[in-house]
Design a binder for this molecule. Structure first.
Ligand code: ADE
Length: 259
């Protein structure tokens, strides 16, 4: 996958992509990434990338010309066999980012990210250049760089070969639309807190059942709205019923306290 990033602060991208899984993906050639400084595509001697908003108001707006010209420079370099890229503008007004959006973007061969700043980006960039607008959540950050990193991270780890088999993304929280089960490693007992006995039992069937119940229990407690959207099997529905039926849930809580 090829990733191009248009930003006023290219150096912000140096650290996150210099370590671990990201670095390995770049070194192995699974991902080719390049940053473009929007300021390099300005033509005045002060390299002005922003200007006052027409109609007045607070803050500055990123000008359209350097952004379009940076994109044109990318396009001139892009090999046509990757097809048309998705051009993603990061903005709090965009489509909410989620694992399913990450999966959708991971199917592309070329992504371009435009990181906005100041009060925003000239509307013509949204209308005539961006193919997608993405928000990473209902809060406002100082710019689109961190949101771009978030999106890129979530996308890259889904690409075939990026995670080793040990790090597979198949069981991730949200991969199935539900939260993950709790994980433990050695020691068996730490400061008096024991690992649940079932995990030490070696009984794979029991372990799988316990984990499934934990997945459902956690999701029910923390993000019940996810269960409504999830594709639950018969066994899962029985677990939900058991955990939500008031009397049985009461017994369960009681027995949890006693165990
Ligand atoms: N730019 C500023 N805040 C943002 C957000 N929440 N998501 C995406 N881009 C942003």
């Amino acid at each position: 996958m090829r990733i191009d990033i248009l930003t006023l602060f290219p150096r912000m991208f140096e650290a996150p992509f210099s370590f671990g899984i990201f670095k390995r993906a770049l070194d192995n050639g699974l991902v080719a990434m390049k940053t473009y400084n929007i300021r390099d595509y300005t033509h005045d001697k002060h390299h002005t990338a922003d200007d006052y908003p027409y109609g007045g108001g607070a803050g500055m707006v990123l000008k359209p010309e350097p952004i379009f010209e940076a994109w044109e420079a990318i396009k001139a370099n892009a090999s046509s066999d990757r097809g048309e890229p998705r051009i993603v503008l990061l903005t709090p007004q965009g489509r909410p980012f989620s694992q399913s959006v990450a999966r959708e973007l991971a199917r592309e061969r070329h992504l371009v990210f435009i990181c906005g700043h100041y009060e925003g980006v000239d509307e013509r960039v949204r209308e005539h250049l961006a193919t997608d607008e993405i928000s990473i959540g209902d809060y406002v950050l100082t710019g689109g760089e961190i949101p771009a990193m978030v999106v890129i991270d979530a996308v890259i780890r889904l690409l075939p070969g990026v995670l080793g088999s040990e790090e597979s993304s198949r069981h991730d929280s949200h991969a199935s639309g539900l939260l993950e089960y709790p994980q433990y490693t050695r020691p068996e007992e730490y400061r008096g807190w024991r690992v649940p006995e079932v995990l030490l039992s070696g009984n794979h069937g029991e372990i799988a059942r316990w984990r499934r119940e934990q997945i459902i229990r956690r999701t029910l407690e923390r993000r019940p709205e996810l269960l409504d959207k999830a594709d639950l099997g018969l066994e899962d529905k029985k677990i939900v019923e058991r955990l939500t039926s008031p009397t049985k849930a009461g017994h369960q809580a009681q027995s949890d306290r006693e165990s």
